[in-house]
Design a protein. Structure first.
Length: 128
């Protein structure tokens, strides 16, 4: 994993976490979908990139590092190259085979997919 890929993954993860939090401040539909959820999602990329996202009843926050308690879901991504493909939408997570492991309830992962979809919609608008 090159240093450039590592930096890109960290920038993207920070951007996604920040965007998810900001969108919740302004998008009522998105915030309503977050209400009632109490989830902790951990992201592990390779051996050295760790992030987590915490959802608590309408609020969403993320940070670099290890999840403070047992996560609801953990995404283990083999390396930065794979993470970049997934985070930029160039490759579907379901097509990654053994390069990504989801620990926890797969149904919960599908239920929370709206978060990344919403972030992609907003960020995509910035790029147009």
């Amino acid at each position: 994993m090159s240093k450039e890929e590592r930096v890109c993954v960290k920038v993207l993860m920070n951007t996604i976490n920040y965007a998810a939090k900001e969108i919740a401040k302004f998008d009522d539909d998105y915030r309503d979908k977050l209400k009632g959820l109490n989830e902790l999602i951990e992201w592990k990329v390779g051996n050295d990139i760790l992030f987590y996202t915490e959802i608590k009843d309408g609020d969403i926050n993320g940070s670099e590092g290890t999840a403070p308690t047992n996560p609801t879901l953990t995404f283990e991504i083999s390396d930065a190259e794979v993470a970049l493909k997934i985070l930029t939408g160039r490759q579907d997570i379901n097509e990654m085979g053994d390069k990504i492991k989801i620990l926890g309830d797969i149904g919960k992962a599908e239920q929370l997919n709206f978060i990344l979809d919403t972030v992609k919609d907003y960020i995509g608008d910035l790029a147009r």
